[in-house]
Design a protein around this ligand. Structure first.
Ligand code: ADP
Ligand code: MG
Length: 314
């Protein structure tokens, strides 16, 4: 295992190194009822939810599994009773896991200053899926990099569970990123020589505890229980993205950041990946997806639009 491989698995982070994070880090205050609103009309979220989450129900070590477990008995509530529970959930969970507070980002370059983001206010709540749309050059990648703690704003604050990120050391940031945020990319970013299970557990390679069982659970959860030992070249595009999604969940993130998650998928495959993303949100994870794809916005609770670095509700 090389540092390079780990870096690649961890996404864009150039400083993904070992960490001493304990595998049983607390589950954040997720409320499974914070969301689960009816989103597509033509699917049965309750059925899919129960179907997808019971795989990890006997894994007491798995916090994501535990969160998913919590979603199982009240699945009907999750799927249908959301309006009733929304207020209580909001009160319990008022602090969003990730927030941009009046953020401006400028790049200084040879050609002068580019204002990539201008006074952006944005927060993602646990359990919601937010689509971020906007033309090329409008600041989407910049926004995702800031949310992913991969870059700092010029002005304003990035807050994690209400606490500003600024001032943390690179090492602390790496740890907190790994504990809090999962990344999914358009082109999957899988290591070609590793099997599905090895790819999924890769971000935990430097932890003392073996995460193979959890990797298997997650792969089963995304419908790849029969592809555990396949390498990426033996998987379809949709299967590769499911492996990448499973990997993004290995550290039980609060937020999933997705950069064009369906960009390389045909429509049908994209739908299945988006349904998987909905399941993840139903278990309490906040999802931010940057996209050009109308399909994604159809699965989002909310769509915001960037135009020349200014964010508006779409
Ligand atoms: P999008 O992802 O929506 O295409 P970006 O966030 O990549 O937009 O870019 C927003 C603006 O910031 C663009 O004008 C882009 O040229 C500029 N930009 C992005 N990254 C850098 C950088 N590292 N240095 C200078 N300018 C940059
Ligand atoms: Mg971009």
């Amino acid at each position: 295992m090389t540092d390079d491989a780990n870096t690649e698995a961890a996404g864009r982070s150039a400083d993904a190194d070992s960490d001493g994070r304990s595998a049983d880090t607390e589950v954040p205050g997720r409320s499974v009822n914070a969301d689960g609103r009816d989103r597509s009309g033509d699917t049965d979220p309750a059925a899919r939810s129960a179907d997808a989450v019971d795989v990890s129900s006997d894994d007491s070590r798995s916090s994501f599994g535990a969160a998913a477990d919590a979603a199982v008995p009240p699945t009907d509530t999750v799927a249908r009773g959301t309006d009733v529970d929304a207020d209580a959930a909001d009160a319990d969970d008022a602090t969003p896991p990730l927030r941009l507070a009046n953020v401006t980002k400028r790049y200084e370059g040879g050609g002068g200053t580019v204002t990539a983001l201008s006074n952006v206010e944005f927060a993602v709540a646990g359990g919601e899926v937010v689509a971020v749309v906007g033309p090329s050059g409008s600041g989407k990648s910049t926004m995702l990099n800031l949310l992913g703690l991969l870059d700092d704003p010029t002005e304003g604050r990035v807050e994690l569970h209400g606490t500003p990120v600024a001032g943390r050391s690179e090492r602390e940031r790496t740890d907190v990123r790994r504990e809090t945020i999962g990344f999914v990319f358009q082109d999957f970013h899988l290591v070609p020589t590793l099997s599905a299970v090895e790819n999924v557990r890769l971000p935990t390679a430097f932890l003392s505890e073996d995460h193979t069982d959890r990797a298997v659970d997650l792969l089963e959860r995304v419908g790849l229980g029969d592809r555990l030992d396949h390498t990426p070249d033996e998987l379809s595009g949709g299967q590769k993205q499911r492996v990448a999604i499973a990997r993004s969940l290995i550290n039980e993130p609060d937020v999933l950041l997705a950069d064009e998650p369906t960009g390389n998928l045909d429509r049908e495959t994209g739908v299945s990946v988006l349904e998987e993303i909905r399941e993840i949100a139903a278990a309490g994870v906040g999802v931010v997806a940057v996209t050009h794809d109308d399909l994604v916005t159809g699965y989002a609770d909310r769509t915001v639009e960037l135009v020349d670095g200014v964010l508006d509700d779409a």
